[in-house]
Design a protein around this ligand. Structure first.
Ligand code: GYE
Length: 305
């Protein structure tokens, strides 16, 4: 009935579950570390995990989630590529009586609501990540920079929120100017190509804010190809904390990276167990994130992915 539709589907307490996991793509070390951590934890618990890979397509991901619903898995973890296109299938899972946890990226909260349509969102505070990147860049450039912003996947929550946090922070510093912003789709190759193009139109650039490490690494390649010295002529800050990024910090090419922790496995499965046990789950479970720069990059390198 109508009253029932307001509640989250229940999850029976069992010793093992068959879980669906809808991953958005697998084209970078961050994603691979994320998937591995989910697989490792499922194995440790003796649960079955059915992982789908949308290959970077929101339409494919919608079909993947429908498929998991049709397979009648016990619960579904979704890492939604984009905020709006993936929100309706969260409602479909609820209708089918399958509880959902959103991990990593979020869905549009005006369409699907935590605590009502899905259990919770587990991930980082992306607005805060953007702010922390801006705060470091303001200091590193002494409040004066002509910035190229390499944006993440258009319509994804980390791209929207990192941008928001960064711009909110720099707006009180008139010397901090974003002279161009374009998406590099969170990939190294697109980051490099976009940077090549933007560099021709804006040779006066002195800083880069990349929404993730992969695009920052692509930008470093483009800058070097154009005869500029990343880390000297152009100061770069990004987000994630991949091994290649920590090495770029050690090499003096990348200035800093705000951590975005991809190892969700333990927290995700524990949250589902708590939900089955009837414990109250917060509407958001926010990961604490570190910050990597030349002072600690070497220390964290052995742990990096
Ligand atoms: O920063 C990026 C990945 O959704 C927060 O997606 C994640 C982002 C991460 O492709 O590297």
């Amino acid at each position: 009935g109508a009253a029932q539709a307001q509640e989250l589907p229940k999850l029976a307490v069992k010793s093992s579950y068959r879980i669906g996991f809808s991953q958005t793509e697998s084209d970078n070390p961050w994603r691979l570390a994320f998937s591995k951590s989910m697989q490792d934890e499922a194995k440790r618990l003796g649960w079955t995990i059915v992982e789908t890979n949308a290959g970077g397509s929101a339409a494919k991901q919608v079909a993947d989630v429908r498929n998991l619903i049709a397979q009648r898995v016990d619960a579904i973890f979704i890492s939604p590529r984009e905020e709006k296109p993936l929100a309706p299938v969260v409602l479909e899972a609820k209708k089918a009586g399958i509880p959902v946890i959103i991990i990593d990226r979020n869905v549009d909260e005006s369409i699907a609501k935590a605590g009502n349509d899905y259990i919770t969102f587990i991930g980082s505070d992306f607005v805060q990540e953007g702010k922390r990147a801006a705060e470091w860049l303001v200091k590193a450039t002494k409040k004066n920079a002509k910035i190229i912003e390499l944006e993440g996947t258009t319509g994804s929550s980390p791209a929207n929120d990192r941008k928001q946090g960064f711009h909110e922070y720099i707006k009180s510093y008139p010397g901090m100017q974003v002279i161009a912003a374009q998406t590099g789709n969170f990939t190294r190759d697109e980051g490099r190509k976009v940077m090549e193009t933007l560099l021709q139109a804006h040779p006066e650039v002195t800083a880069v804010f990349a929404h993730n490490d992969e695009m920052a690494l692509g930008a470093i390649t483009a800058l070097e190809a154009a005869g500029k010295k990343p880390g000297k002529d152009v100061i770069i800050v990004s987000i994630d904390g991949e091994k290649d990024a920590l090495n770029a910090i050690i090499a003096g090419k990348l200035g800093a990276t705000v951590e975005c922790n991809p190892r969700f496995g333990v927290k995700a499965f524990q949250t589902l167990k708590d939900f089955a046990a009837g414990k109250k789950i917060p509407l958001k479970v926010i990961n604490p994130d570190k910050f990597f720069d030349k002072n600690n990059a070497r220390k964290y390198l052995p742990d990096a992915y």
